[in-house]
Design a protein. Structure first.
Length: 196
């Protein structure tokens, strides 16, 4: 298995409530990450995270925005301890991120949405290949099931066909009957396609 050189958070964001912020601090303590937290006058939080050996650190700035603490960060991590903690934090606290996991001959690009991996792309020498992509099949089927556009079109067509049939029954002119029959032919074909 290839040895990872670095993990790069190109664009990551966390949005935490005050309660989640306290949970984030506990989460870091549980994972034995040293932290220095400064609370600024405006309510912002600056955090410096270090692995136990003090060999690597990450600076996080959580800006106070109404009832949330918002952190947008970009960083490069090499040591496995902070790398794993950051991965778990993005997942546990429903973060969004684009993360490059860099190996000697290729890069794996992970796209996180709300803490879940939605897409993984392999980049080798500038060529990309999608390795994984989340598809919400159940959601797509549900949306299709709830879509009533077709049923509405069928109702409209059935009304038009009924009106044309009534008009045909009242008409005695062979020329008008031929025009009505042609329109009926088109609408019934359309109706057949929609009902199929």
């Amino acid at each position: 298995m290839a040895q990872r050189i670095a993990t790069e958070y190109v664009k990551a964001s966390l949005q935490l409530t005050a309660e989640e912020m306290a949970g984030f601090v506990r989460f870091l303590e549980e994972h034995h990450v040293k932290q220095q937290v400064r609370v600024l006058d405006n309510g912002n939080h600056e955090m410096v995270l270090e692995d136990e050996a003090g060999r690597e650190e990450v600076r996080l700035t959580f800006e106070r925005q109404q009832d949330r603490y918002v952190c947008v960060l970009s960083c490069r991590l090499i040591k496995p301890k902070l790398t794993n903690v950051m991965r778990k934090a993005v997942s546990a606290f429903r973060g969004n991120a684009v993360v490059n996991r860099i190996y000697p001959n290729y890069t794996m690009i992970y796209h996180y949405e709300q803490g879940a991996v939605r897409k993984i792309v392999e980049n080798t020498n500038g060529e990309t290949r999608v390795v994984f992509e989340y598809k919400d099949t159940v959601g797509q089927l549900l949306a299709q099931f709830l879509n009533t556009d077709i049923e509405q079109q069928i109702d409209v067509l059935q009304n038009v066909i009924n009106q044309l049939l009534d008009l045909r029954n009242q008409c005695s002119d062979p020329g008008q009957i031929a025009v009505i029959d042609e329109r009926l032919k088109l609408h019934t074909r359309e109706l057949f396609v929609l009902e199929a």
